[in-house]
Every structure is written in structure tokens, then in C-alpha cells.
Design a protein around this ligand. Structure first.
Ligand code: BGC
Length: 505
């Protein structure tokens, strides 16, 4: 008995210096308090206000101006972070706030080869020109916010892109209504790669002193899949050609942004990417289904990392591979966002697999998944083992890994306590048993916020927010997270609790 106890303790202790934090996104957090906080200059703002979108029901009708108001109340939220004992915080400065107007008149040197953008050169002179065009009020405000985070001894991870694009880059309504003919067309255009590189250089130049680590993008794969393959994200089209093109340009944009941060700050900058990681599992043990799960992981995850680690990419996900030396070794760390898995079976037609409803993300209106597991208010199966599998997918790249998002839509806090403990237990196994270098865990999210097209119906906060009064109230699970964070381990009593099946639905 004594021995088992000792071993269990060892297994659930996290490495020294482990980063404990939360992740947030500008668009989901910032607006909601003062008039000055409103930023109407992004494609997502247009998207959520569009009457047609509301009419056809692809957006909830909730708008960011009803949000939690971080732009004005950031100190309150930083107080909560301190109360939780956090030492890490991930956020993004919004592109459309910093550059509400086009930066295209700042002409930079672009090297292209057969239509591909293989280098962008942003000089000191260009940076000064960009500075003259930037919205200085927003630049200054972010500086205040970053400084406040730093002063509390919290390490800041600055991410550059968390989905909204300035309207001068992307007008999703025009793109959809013209059936992809009119723009500006966002990621479907190479110029966006160049403009993103300029934005990256500018942000690195302005905020070098505040960032402990950098990330170029959050979940680029969600942008190209939900935006271009029939989902409810802008521009809401359904075209495999457009999705492929967007994915290719986004991948180039990551590489070019990586270059800029390195050039401005130097080698010491730790530049990563945050990826929505959904490990695939076969429906049955048949060889065919096992093969199908492998292909699914290749297409959804390895396609991207093969490009930015090995410089090998196929333009349409599965076709002929080309070499892109200019994309090789463009990642220093990998951010893993994990929410659920995908269960797949073999399919004759390309790409060789299909996902099976009743598991993973496709459990809408079910209390339990087909595997008997609880399902969140978003219709997502709660599957803790998947976080370990998600981490394992990256083993071959030999980079430090960080869980940059993990959380659950759970307004009444029925699942969150079990969710946190059981997922963290799997993370500890990935470290101890799989030998993976996991350097941190950032929960999604600190406070309730705007869940994109689903609005405020989906609540991911450790801390509840009353959106009309903006009052923050910690949920019970926040106390539990605090206990784990401050002890840097899963306390014994919680470990015991996590062993019970999560039976509350
Ligand atoms: C995104 C967040 C989002 C969360 C929950 C992630 O895909 O990065 O912005 O709120 O998942 O859906």
C-alpha cells in the first residue's frame, strides 16, 4: 500500500518549471464594456453582424459587444490569474485593431518562385513606416496589458493570429455572395501571406521585451476546414479547391511569419505554432480501419508538420509531394489544442477514410457517445486518453510540446472538475511513460467568453461571467485547478476522484 502511494505521487507530479496557465483570444474576450473597446474592422465582426447569417441560423445572434470586456477589465482578470497561481498566459494582439487600414502601400521586397512566396524582407525603414500607419492607441493599450501580465510574474506567450482578419484583407460576405469571385479574399490570396509577414515583423519589433514565447497562429487547420468546407466560419463556402488553396497559403504565411520574428528578435526567440489536434482511432480492429485512422492523422495533422519541419508538402493534402526548402525547420515548439478524438472507418473513395457519427466531435444532442462516454454541451465526447494520443502524434518531430488549449463547454460545471483531473493525469503519463517533453498546460479558458458562431451559449470559463453586469464568479472547478497549479501535481485526493467514471450527465 505504502509503495503504491509513493509511485502514484511520483507519477502525477509535473516537471519543475512546468508552465500552468490559460489561453484567450482577443475577439472572444475584449469587447463588451466601453464603446472604445469595439473593433468593427474584422471579418469576424462583419460575419456575426450579418443579417443573412442570422436568418439562416449559422450564427447565434450574439455579438462581441456583449462580451466579457477584457479590454477595459483586464486587471480584474489578471487578478484572477494570480489568485489561481498561474505562471503563463497566452493571448493575441488583434491584427484589425493594430492595422484597421491597409498596409499595402508599405512596399517590401518579396521573393517568389512559381507563384510561391519564398521570402519576404521587412527592413527597419519598413517597420517605421508601418509604425506611422498603426493605430497607436491600440499599440499602447496592448503594451499596458502585456506589462501588467509581466509584472505579476506571469510568462506571456504572444500569438499572432487567432482567426479574425482585417476587412481590408478579407470580406467574407462578398466572397460568399460572389461564389468566391470577389474579394478581398483573405487566405485565398498570396498578398495575405505578405501582409501577415509584415504584421509579424511589426508585432515582434514592438513587443519583443514582453513575450517569453511566440506563436504565429492558433489552429490554422480550423480556419481552412470550418471556413471553406461547409462550416459556419467565414467565408462559409464549401469548396475543396478553396480549402486547399487557403491551407497552402496559411502554411506559407506561417513560415514567413516565423522568419520575421527570428530576424527581428534573433535566434533566441522561441517561435511555435498552435494546432487543433484530433487524434484518429479506428472504429474496429480490422486492418482496413487501422489504416484509415493512419491516413486520417496524416491528412489532418502530419500534412502540416511535414511541411514546416521537413519542408515537404503536397498542394492538395494527399497528392504529389513537392519540396519547399524555404518552409523547412520553421517551428521551435508545438502547441497542442485538444478537445476530443475522431473515430474513423475505411472508405473506398479518396481520401480513404470517413469519420463516424456518435463519437468525438459528432455527438450533438447525445448525453453519451456510442462508446458510453459523457458528451459536453457542445456535443463533444469527453475522452481524456485522447490528449495523450494527441501529444504522441508529435513524437517524431522532437520538439518541446505544450498543451495550449483543453477545456469543456459546461455552464453548470458538472463535468469540468473531472475533465481537468482526468486529462492532466493523461498528460502526466505522456511525460512519465512516453518520454515526451511537455512544458506546460494552458486551460481554455479563464473566463466565459464569446464562442465564435455559437455565441454565449457555450461556456468554457473556470470563472463564470454574467454578461450583463460583467461580474466574475469562480466555478468550483477553478478551486480544483488552483490546487493542482499551486502544488504542481495532482493531489492524491483528486487522483482518486478521477478514477471514478464520469457518470454525471
Ligand atoms: C479555439 C478557441 C475556441 C475553443 C472552443 C478552439 O478551437 O482556439 O478559440 O473557443 O476551441 O471551441
Amino acid at each position: 500500500m505504502y509503495n503504491t502511494l509513493i509511485n502514484r505521487r511520483k507519477m502525477t507530479r509535473f516537471p519543475k518549471g512546468f508552465m500552468w496557465g490559460i489561453s484567450m483570444a482577443a475577439f472572444q474576450y475584449e469587447m463588451g464594456h466601453s464603446k472604445e473597446a469595439v473593433d468593427p474592422n474584422s471579418d469576424w465582426y462583419l460575419w456575426l453582424h450579418n443579417e443573412e447569417n442570422k436568418k439562416i441560423g449559422i450564427v447565434s445572434g450574439d455579438v462581441p459587444e456583449m462580451g466579457p470586456g477584457y479590454w477595459d477589465l483586464y486587471k480584474v482578470d489578471h487578478d484572477w490569474a494570480e489568485w489561481l497561481g498561474l505562471n503563463a498566459w497566452r493571448m493575441n494582439p488583434e491584427w484589425s485593431r493594430i492595422f484597421p487600414k491597409s498596409t499595402e502601400e508599405v512596399k517590401v521586397n518579396v521573393e517568389s518562385k512559381e507563384g510561391d512566396i519564398i521570402d519576404v524582407e521587412v527592413t527597419e525603414k519598413d517597420l517605421k513606416k508601418l509604425d506611422a500607419m498603426a493605430n497607436q492607441k491600440a499599440v499602447k493599450k496592448y503594451k499596458e496589458i502585456f506589462k501588467d501580465i509581466n509584472e505579476r510574474g506571469i510568462k506571456l506567450i504572444i500569438n499572432l493570429y487567432h482567426w479574425p482578419l482585417p476587412i481590408w484583407i478579407h470580406d467574407p460576405i462578398k466572397v460568399r455572395e460572389s461564389k468566391l469571385k470577389d474579394g478581398p479574399k483573405g487566405w485565398l490570396e498570396e498578398r495575405t501571406v505578405v501582409e501577415f509577414a509584415k504584421f509579424a515583423a511589426y508585432i515582434a519589433w514592438k513587443y519583443e521585451d514582453y513575450a517569453y514565447m511566440w506563436s504565429t497562429m492558433n489552429e490554422p487547420n480550423v480556419t481552412w476546414s470550418i471556413g471553406y468546407l461547409g462550416g459556419n466560419f467565414p467565408p462559409g463556402v464549401n469548396s475543396i479547391e478553396a480549402a486547399t488553396k487557403a491551407a497552402y497559403n496559411i502554411t506559407q504565411a506561417h513560415a514567413r511569419a516565423y522568419d520575421q520574428i527570428k530576424r527581428v528578435i534573433g535566434k533566441k526567440a522561441k517561435v511555435g505554432i498552435i494546432y487543433a489536434t484530433t487524434p484518429s482511432e479506428p472504429l474496429t480492429n480490422s486492418e482496413k480501419d487501422i489504416e484509415a485512422a493512419k491516413i486520417s492523422d496524416e491528412v489532418s495533422t502530419k500534412w502540416f508538420f511535414n511541411a514546416i519541419v521537413n519542408g515537404v508538402i503536397s498542394k492538395n493534402f494527399v497528392g504529389e509531394k513537392i519540396k519547399r526548402e524555404d518552409m523547412k525547420e520553421k517551428v521551435d515548439w508545438i502547441g497542442v489544442n485538444y478537445y476530443s478524438r475522431s473515430v474513423v472507418r475505411s472508405k473506398q473513395e479518396p481520401p480513404g477514410y470517413e469519420s463516424v457519427a456518435g463519437y468525438g466531435f459528432s455527438c450533438s444532442n447525445m448525453e453519451r457517445s456510442n462508446a458510453g462516454l459523457p458528451v459536453s454541451e457542445f456535443g463533444w465526447e469527453i475522452y481524456p486518453e485522447g490528449i495523450r494520443k494527441a501529444l504522441k502524434l508529435y513524437k517524431e518531430y522532437e520538439k518541446p510540446l505544450m498543451i495550449t488549449e483543453n477545456g469543456v463547454a459546461d455552464k453548470k460545471d458538472r463535468h469540468r472538475a473531472w475533465y481537468i483531473v482526468s486529462h492532466l493525469y493523461q498528460v502526466s503519463k505522456a511525460i512519465e511513460e512516453d518520454g515526451l517533453k511537455v512544458i506546460g498546460y494552458l486551460h481554455w479558458s479563464l473566463i466565459d467568453n464569446l464562442e465564435w458562431a455559437s455565441g454565449f451559449s457555450k461556456r468554457f470559463g473556470l470563472i463564470y461571467v454574467d454578461m450583463s453586469t460583467k461580474k466574475r464568479v469562480p466555478r468550483p472547478s477553478a478551486y480544483l485547478y488552483r490546487d493542482i497549479v499551486t502544488s504542481n501535481e495532482i493531489p492524491e485526493y483528486l487522483l482518486e476522484y478521477s478514477k471514478f467514471p464520469n457518470a454525471i450527465t
